[in-house]
Design a protein around this ligand. Structure first.
Ligand code: BG6
Length: 479
């Protein structure tokens, strides 16, 4: 028997992602035969209400539907309305849980991680001789290095490292997993994947949405902690890592940690030079007027929190000597996409000196979402005129034109956690090194006390983010 105990079962993430993911795993017969889910929440009172809300969630957000199998799936679900601060409720939970393996999923606000772990430990629910006990921790894993360390110590007092699954849902995205294969299974790419041939790398995650109903959380957090510390730095490790000795979780994560250790924390002056901090003002998104960040609900009217950041970083090792990585993320931007762009160095243009402006750099764009695929740009002759040189694009798109929708990130990650594979989860030392790098930036911002640059909603961020590249003779390229 395998039971998934989901704290935060009536929350937004559970509704949009976790129940649809469990349901799809069920449809694909990827859950253990004998499984159960105990949803724990505060809001709903009865199992009936809970089942109604999960049914609705599946209808709205599941990528596959099969009405008859939904009823079967729901039979595996139970609900417990629970006060997580009461030891008594945890004793009650213990009585309700069947024998067998248990995966706890903490999809709750960060201040609840500590009390839940404490109570699970006290109730004797974190270990068993005969079965495994694992825990998935949702982000944010800490607010800085010190708080992440505290949280980690707490979790380690109850679970061993091998049973802790720190989730970063970007690692469950198909195209991020694909990076390893693209790099290490294709000689055309791997042989060029270094400072000799790569000019620079861009890692970009743009959103058109604002902070929706998460103003209170977001205003304490900001884009640097919300997106860069985890998702963007994880993407960077996948692009920059050395080939692991094998594909085991430890070997892969050993290599990722080496990349994070190669990021030297910035001085205050380097932060000023290399990091842009922005906040959206009012503007237009898809032709609709939207309010500025400071007018969003639960956001301070004089907030300094950044909703945008762009930075230039170096991975200080042999492979990446002098190759800048430009990272950019923001809310309320002109488009919604996640992509990684590898721009190769130009060849000497001597043969085509009469058309230097037509020569474009070779670009490999890894499209993570909404399109999943690869674009490779190279120069060729215009076959109509047979004279001028034009850039040509080879475009592989997995999900365009009604292509299949592969498993969602959370499906893959839940499946892996149930099967004890932590390759796509962040190990403690990854978290530690990424916070060390991020803390230096956040501290410099706090000490400087300067306001973020305001950009209009619906734009690509403050002009300073373009200048970050322009002063190096580069630009954010279109793919
Ligand atoms: C989350 C952030 O981790 O990632 C959100 O907290 C952000 O602010 C989200 O919107 C983006 O995820 P995705 O999968 O939609 O790119």
């Amino acid at each position: 028997m395998c039971t998934i105990v989901l704290f935060g079962a009536t929350g937004d993430l559970a509704r949009r992602k976790l129940f649809p993911a469990l349901y799809n795993l069920y449809l694909d017969q990827l859950l253990p035969e004998n499984f159960g889910v105990v949803g724990i929440g505060r809001r709903l009172e009865s199992r009936e209400e809970f089942i109604a809300s999960v049914t609705q969630a599946i209808r709205s957000f599941s990528r596959q539907t099969q009405a008859d199998r939904c009823t079967e799936f729901l039979k595996h679900l139970d609900y417990l309305q629970m006060d997580i601060n009461s030891s008594q409720s945890f004793s009650y939970l213990r009585e309700r849980l069947p024998q067998g393996n248990i995966l706890y999923y903490l999809s709750v606000p960060p201040e609840q991680f500590d009390p839940i772990i404490e109570e699970l430990l006290r109730a004797g629910l974190t270990s068993s001789r005969a079965a495994w006990r694992r825990v998935i921790i949702e982000k944010p894993f800490g607010w800085d290095l010190a708080s992440a360390r505290q949280l980690n110590d707490k979790i380690r007092s109850a679970f061993s490292e091998a049973d802790i699954f720190r989730i970063d849902h970007y690692l469950g995205k198909g195209m991020l997993q694909n990076i390893q294969v693209i790099r290490f299974a294709n000689s055309v790419f791997e042989n060029l994947w270094n400072y000799r041939y790569i000019d620079h790398v861009q890692i970009r995650a743009s959103e058109t949405v604002g902070v929706e109903d998460r103003g209170a959380y977001y205003d304490q957090t900001g884009a640097l902690r919300d997106m860069v510390q985890n998702h963007l730095l994880q993407a960077l490790t996948l692009v920059a890592m050395e080939p692991p000795i094998n594909l085991s979780a430890e070997a892969v994560r050993d290599e990722k940690v080496k990349v994070l250790r190669s990021l030297v924390p910035f001085s205050a002056e380097e932060v000023r030079e290399n990091v842009v901090r922005g906040q959206f003002g009012p503007g237009l998104i898809n032709g609709q007027r939207v309010r500025g960040y400071r007018e969003e609900e639960n956001v301070a009217a004089d907030s300094h929190t950044e909703t945008f950041t762009a930075l230039k970083v170096y991975v200080n090792n042999f492979r990446w000597a002098q190759v800048p990585f430009y990272l950019r993320t923001g809310k309320r931007m002109a488009g919604q996409s996640v992509e990684i762009v590898i721009q190769f160095k130009n060849l000497p243009g001597v043969l085509y000196f009469d058309q230097p402006n037509n020569l474009q750099p070779n670009i490999l764009a890894i499209k993570v979402q909404p399109e999943e695929g690869l674009v490779f740009q190279f120069n060729g002759i215009n076959l109509d005129s047979q004279e001028e040189i034009v850039p040509v694009k080879m475009d592989f798109c997995h999900n365009c034109a009604g292509g299949s929708r592969g498993p969602e990130a959370y499906e893959r990650l839940l499946y892996d956690a149930i099967n004890g594979d932590s390759t796509l989860f962040t190990r403690w030392d990854e978290v530690e090194h990424s916070w060390r790098f991020i803390d230096a930036i956040a501290d410099a911002w706090r000490q400087a006390g300067t306001e973020p640059l305001i950009y209009p909603a619906g734009s690509w961020g403050p002009r300073a983010a373009d200048l970050l590249l322009e002063r190096d003779g580069r630009r954010w390229c279109l793919v």
